[in-house]
Design a protein around this ligand. Structure first.
Ligand code: GLN
Ligand code: ZN
Length: 769
């Protein structure tokens, strides 16, 4: 391989593009179809138009090879389940009756059947539908969707590369089907699955595919020798097929580690690697195996998960190093562009000075094309782009938004003592008992009460100028009064104001913190037709004024019982936002923590004795590789303690977590040094209580006794039974009684009934102590 020919051959490509359309046309069409307002044909036509539009736009921007098959009506892992014929038994009838309706039944469930479980796609905020497999699973190939989409792109005269979830990742993401032993290992199905992939590859070849991409992000996680062995076998077998397209095995989200030599040796023609955060490790591992002689290397140098402009010169330097390591080097984003919004140019409210720092899917595509051109034709052909890029980067680096000396000085002056409470847990727990005077098994809620249509209307009215700030304040106060009077009547012990003023638990704070940016059109797919607009941590973070105090104080003025202050924690503020790429995450977390610390101090000064700092994202942000866990947990727990440790010993700090299993981070939860934690537990029959106990967790805890994800009202007997189960693991002096999570998605009738039952259960079980 010569560096020169590798450079001359450089091409631009991407692995996937946002599906929704510039005005979320896909969401509207699919939801319209569900409601019976859009026909299946009209939905298909909208989808085909969106695909063609994306491909044309990519090609016009200079992308040489467009991806196909990355489009989805709901989720690409569900599409793979259909492709390999692994439809769960309970959905087969629906799928046989109508493929599209059956597909949505698997995704969303119906009155009769439950959907597939949904969970996070690696460490992103995208959710996929978990395949359900068992020893009896029979795979059959259905390449129709892949072939049709390839055919569409080829008909436009484009060079196209189908993208499939790879067989190893598919199996590693699967779980045992209902009724199958929990220790069933889906990877044992590999030999059955490979012939199906072989058939699909054959079909794609016949339809004109020169290359096919097989995504194997699961290989960037820690993998056992047996799993690596399976990967080796899979690509040996697929590589040995005779009539097949060339194969590009793609990895992203982290370094390949031990899987890199396995894939480098495999008889496949190309490898795609992440050269953003994992650049150094992947480069070193590539050099260690002697590069990829004779192979195509697709270099993910443009970050596919953040919204920042690329440092083009730095990327060119990385690409330059790679040229000597493969036959041909192509340029791409580090992962599918699914994880970023479509077009920064659509943002009219962002200051133009800041806008030039931002790159969404469209801007990233242009960067990729520019880099490929620079590589193939020489950097003087992209001199204009390089100059503009340098100017944008300099503007960002030199901006007072990026660097606020006051924030930096304060963060630099933080000491260990700032992140430590003045008394150890045991002592302050006694002080809190005396101060709060709560009964045994105290009852509380997680914060939000039903977000009614009237509340959303009030917010819309305020935005549209139909009511003024005073009018809005009146409506919020009326809601708080109602929430308070209900809680008093129901007999809850620690009350909340109900969070009626919050649109979203992250956005609400982001809007009030300096350094955070909101977008108008920055929608990103969370799951199915649900899109979120994550705010952007754009610069140094500070809090110009109190954010929650007046609402909490107002609520406290209405009752003699303690009202709990309610904040979103620093880790969750990062996890559900776009983060900075110009400083370690821990530095950003520390800035957010200091801003929240001031809010905590103001709440306490205003008379709040119980303050809850929610960290539902603590577990989900855990890095993909175990070797990186300790460093993450160190800054994450420090940020939480920095937020909360400034309070008096008799002020009680609560935290709340949900959406995950916590068994493996009990030590880190203890390190938060909170006084009370509430956790999701109702569905798992108090499993977390046993996990906390097994690890000797010494603090107060409220494993949820009311599953708020369902409109079902738990009876008092049922909640009491869960409490008794909880008492087997956690002693009465340390057990709290609460729902699994906030009630904002619930209606009032079931909320009232459920909380009344919860209080009744606490009273019954108190009587048994
Ligand atoms: N305090 C928040 C609420 O009750 C917590 C939400 C969450 O954990 N996701 O809505
Ligand atoms: Zn929760």
């Amino acid at each position: 391989m010569t560096t020169k020919s590798a450079a001359a051959a450089a091409r631009a490509t991407v692995y996937g593009y946002p599906r929704q359309g510039e005005n979320r046309e896909l969401k509207k069409a699919i939801e319209g179809y569900w409601k019976g307002r859009v026909t299946a044909d009209a939905l298909r036509a909208t989808a085909a138009e969106l695909r063609a539009g994306n491909w044309r736009q990519l090609a016009e921007a200079g992308v040489h090879e467009v991806p196909t098959g990355d489009f989805s009506y709901y989720d690409q892992v569900l599409d793979t389940t259909v492709m390999v014929g692994a439809v769960p038994a309970r959905h087969r009838e629906a799928v046989a009756a109508d493929a599209l309706d059956g597909y949505f039944a698997m995704a969303r469930g119906t009155q009769e059947v439950a959907p597939l479980e949904m969970t996070k796609w690696f460490d992103t905020n995208y959710h996929y539908l978990v395949p359900e497999l068992g020893p009896d699973t029979v795979f059959t190939a259905d390449s129709a969707k892949q072939v049709a989409e390839l055919t569409e792109a080829l008909a436009l005269g484009l060079t196209a590369r189908p993208v499939l979830v790879g067989p190893i990742t598919y199996l590693l993401l699967a779980k045992p089907a209902p009724g199958v032993a929990a220790d069933f290992d889906p990877l044992t199905l590999l030999d059955r699955l490979l012939p199906v992939y072989a058939e699909v590859l054959g079909d794609l070849r016949a339809a004109g595919a020169e290359w096919v991409q097989l995504d194997e992000p699961a290989l960037v996680q820690d993998r056992s020798p047996a799993e690596l062995n399976a990967a080796e076998r899979a690509y040996r077998d697929l590589g040995a097929l005779t009539d097949r397209p060339r194969l590009l095995v793609a990895s992203y989200f982290d370094r390949l580690g031990k899987a890199l030599p396995v894939l480098a040796k495999a008889p496949v023609e190309g490898l795609a690697l992440d050269f953003t955060e994992a650049a150094a490790a992947n480069l070193e591992a590539l050099a260690a195996v002697g590069g990829l002689p004779g192979k195509r290397l697709v270099a993910g140098v443009v970050n596919g998960r953040n919204i920042w402009v690329n440092d083009l010169e730095k990327s060119l330097a990385t690409l330059g190093t790679l040229l000597g390591l493969a036959e041909r080097v192509d340029v791409s984003a580090s992962c599918s562009l699914l994880h970023v919004p479509i077009d920064a140019a659509a943002e009219r409210d962002i200051d133009p000075h800041i806008l030039r720092w931002l790159a969404f899917a469209r801007q990233k595509t242009a960067e990729i094309a520019t880099l490929a051109r620079g590589l193939a034709q020489g950097t003087d052909t992209i001199a204009g782009e390089l100059a503009a890029n340098r100017a944008a980067l300099a503007s960002r680096a030199g901006s007072p938004i990026t660097r606020d000396p006051a924030v930096r000085d304060r963060a630099a002056a933080v000491t260990d003592a700032d992140a430590r409470r003045s008394q150890p847990y045991a002592e302050r727990s006694a002080a809190q008992r005396a101060h709060l005077g709560l009964p045994q098994l105290p009852t509380t809620t997680i914060g939000s009460f039903p977000q009614t249509g009237e509340l959303r209307t009030a917010r819309a009215d305020l935005r549209a100028g139909r009511i003024d700030a005073a009018g809005y304040e009146e409506r919020i106060k009326a809601e708080i009064q109602e929430v308070l009077s209900f809680q008093e009547k129901a007999g809850l012990d620690v009350l909340v104001h109900g969070e009626p003023e919050r649109n979203d638990m992250v956005q609400y704070f982001a809007e009030q913190l300096t350094g955070y940016l909101a977008t108008q059109h920055g929608w990103v797919q969370s799951y199915g037709t649900r899109y979120v607009r994550p705010p952007i941590l754009a610069g140094d973070i500070s809090r110009p004024e109190p954010m929650t105090v007046r609402w909490t104080s107002y609520a406290q003025s209405l009752t003699a019982r303690p009202v709990k202050g309610m904040l979103t924690g620093p880790v969750t503020m990062l996890a559900w936002s776009f983060v900075r790429d110009d400083q370690p995450l821990g530095d950003t977390a520390r800035q957010v923590a200091l801003a929240l610390r001031d809010e905590v101090a103001d709440l306490e000064a205003a008379g709040t004795s119980v303050i809850q700092v929610d960290e539902p994202a603590l577990r989900e942000t855990l890095p993909l590789r175990a070797a990186d866990h300790a460093a993450y947990l160190a800054w994450a727990t420090e940020a939480f303690r920095l937020t909360t440790a400034g309070v008096r010993p008799d002020t009680q700090v609560h935290t709340h977590m949900c959406y995950a299993e916590f068994g493996d981070i009990v030590r880190a939860i203890d390190d938060l040094d909170a006084d009370v934690i509430s956790l999701e537990a109702a569905r798992s029959h108090m499993q977390v209580a046993r996990e906390l106990a097994a690890h000797g967790y010494p603090r107060e805890a409220g494993p949820g006794v009311y599953d708020i994800h369902s409109p079902r009202v738990p009876s008092a007997e049922e909640a009491a039974a869960l409490l008794r189960t909880g008492l087997e693991a956690i002693p009465a002096e340390r057990l709290w009684v609460n729902p699994d999570c906030g009630l904002k998605t619930r209606g009032w009738p079931e909320t009232r009934a459920s909380l009344e039952n919860l209080v009744a259960a606490a009273r019954t079980v108190r009587g048994e102590l």
